[in-house]
Design a protein around this ligand. Structure first.
Ligand code: UT7
Length: 323
């Protein structure tokens, strides 16, 4: 059978780093509150005029370099984002043009913070169906553009950035020892729309809008749903928590990550953490974490990775893959 193996990864973070102290000067908040409630210490914000596709293009180039490939080797691009440069065309096509590719397909997937997990599962299905040999899967966001800077309960949480992986078709035996994506579990429940949304849009207000979140309610869903989806997809792969070498979670809140790891019986040494330095970068957070950990040489070939995320919708899911 065919499996989708990660051949390379890369990321890009905007130059401007904003420490928690920046918010102390502007809002009724403190470094202590932000660190203790979220684990966030700093985040990157895109420069004026720097767009989501700019970040995505840089992450894609880094992933191609890491894979030892050139842009023409790519058959398709899937970008997970909720903060596109324009309403259309897709960020995917902008990344495609930026890389100088004129063949294959490019489009966006929108599942907010769960976007990269959805995009990865989507690209994997296309590769296994024989529709492409190599797909660039990118998570790229500029959440700083949809912040209400007067709302301390949200604006301290998010950051900008992009991460990318090159997924490549490889022949495999069809067992849980194969390299590549072994299973995925995707879920949505649109009745929770009001827990996390942006209060603007093309067909409603005609504006881009600003992010609104009932954080403590989202927190409860996250704690309950993330370990469950990980168990479901591990089960689909014929594996259990005990087989897991690395948890690469969505980086929204250290307390959510710790609770998920505890439920899975994983020590924190097996968890990739970037939340302190990146904040919550929505769909970019998992590929950023994957790329940072890969750059640090933390993954060995054959290691079993679990990625999981939850976000607006609500939408949540997980992907099991062997490095
Ligand atoms: O990535 C997409 C999915 N999103 C998430 O996973 C986010 C999930 N939620 C969270 O991470 C947490 O709920 C937050 C970090 C957003 C909030 O933490 P919390 O422990 O759930 O706090 P809370 O919302 O229950 O608020 C506790 C208190 C409130 O004050 P009172 O009502 O107890 O007096 C807030 O007004 O903390 C206050 N507060 C702040 N205080 C200082 C809220 N934001 C701040 C702030 N600085 N920035």
């Amino acid at each position: 059978m065919r499996r989708s193996v990660i051949r390379g990864s890369g990321h890009y973070l905007p130059e401007r780093i904003v420490e928690n102290s920046w918010f102390e000067e502007r809002l009724d908040t403190s470094d202590e509150w932000i660190r203790s409630r979220t684990g966030i210490e700093r985040r990157h914000f895109a420069a004026e005029g720097q767009t989501t596709s700019d970040l995505g293009i840089r992450a894609a180039r880094a992933a191609l370099d890491d894979a030892g490939l050139v842009a023409d080797d790519i058959d398709g691009i899937v970008v997970a984002t909720s903060t596109p440069d324009l309403t259309f065309p897709s960020v995917g096509t902008m990344v495609q043009a930026g890389l100088g590719i004129k063949r294959g397909f490019a489009y966006d997937v929108q599942a907010v913070c769960a976007g990269f997990v959805f995009a990865l599962a989507n690209a994997d299905a296309m590769i296994r169906a024989g529709m492409a040999e190599r797909i660039l899967v990118i998570g790229a966001e500029t959440f700083s553009r949809i912040m209400d800077w007067t709302d301390r309960s949200t604006c301290v949480l998010f950051g900008d950035g992009a991460g990318a992986v090159v997924l490549e078709a490889q022949d495999a035996a069809g067992t849980s020892n194969d390299r590549g994506i072994l299973a995925a579990d995707l879920n949505s429940d649109g009745t929770h729309r009001d827990l996390l949304y942006v209060d603007g849009g093309v067909s409603s207000t005609g504006t881009a809008g600003q992010l609104r979140m009932q954080g403590n309610l989202v927190f409860r869903h996250a704690v309950e749903k993330l370990s469950k989806t990980a168990a479901t997809s591990l089960g689909k792969a014929g594996l259990t928590d005990k087989d897991v070498d690395w948890l690469v979670p969505h980086q929204a809140n250290l307390r959510i990550i710790t609770s998920t790891a505890q439920k899975m019986g994983l020590p924190m040494e097996k968890v990739v953490l970037t939340v302190a330095d990146h904040g919550n970068t929505s769909a970019a957070s998992i590929p950023l974490a994957l790329s940072v950990a890969n750059q640090q040489g933390r993954f060995k070939q054959g290691d079993l990775l679990v990625t999981e995320a939850i976000g607006g919708g609500l939408s949540w899911g997980s992907v099991i893959l062997r490095w």
